[in-house]
Design a protein around this ligand. Structure first.
Ligand code: SF4
Length: 135
């Protein structure tokens, strides 16, 4: 049996608590609060404390699902990207870039949120960018 402790930042809100992911034989098995982190000081809220529970859940969505009528059909990432890109382009051409908007998430890193903003403004041409922390 091989045990690793991986220090990381909680992904659930912008507070930025740190914890160790306990990894046994390549599988995350627990979350251990980091006592030396200046924000969390060894404490986590219920979200952070249970941060590993969903990772290996059999109910977790791991592939895109495309709606066809009343059903959701599993699709490849490439197929899904193509559909999303075509839909965004179609809306932009028909209604203009202001008809598009992007919602980001507090669960994203600052870098990911920055990229989302650049994608909205630089690629889509819209200033409609918002974030779930404001909703
Ligand atoms: S442990 Fe709770 S308070 Fe800390 S970053 Fe995670 S969600 Fe936010």
């Amino acid at each position: 049996m091989h045990l690793d402790m991986v220090l990381t930042t909680c992904p659930f809100c912008g507070t930025g608590c740190n914890f160790y992911l306990q990894v046994m034989d390549g599988e995350i098995s627990d979350v251990i609060p980091c006592k030396t982190h200046p924000i969390s000081e060894g404490q986590l809220c219920v979200l952070g404390r249970n941060a590993s529970r969903h990772i290996h859940s059999k109910d977790r969505l791991t592939r895109p699902l495309i709606r066809q009528g009343d059903e959701f059909i599993e699709a490849s990432w490439q197929e899904t990207y193509k559909i999303v890109a075509n839909r965004l382009l179609s809306i932009k051409e028909t209604h203009g870039p202001s008809a598009l908007g992007i919602f980001s998430s507090a669960k994203c890193t600052n870098e990911e949120n920055y990229l989302i903003m650049k994608f909205a403004r630089g690629v889509l041409g819209t200033n409609n960018v918002d974030h779930c922390a404001r909703l």
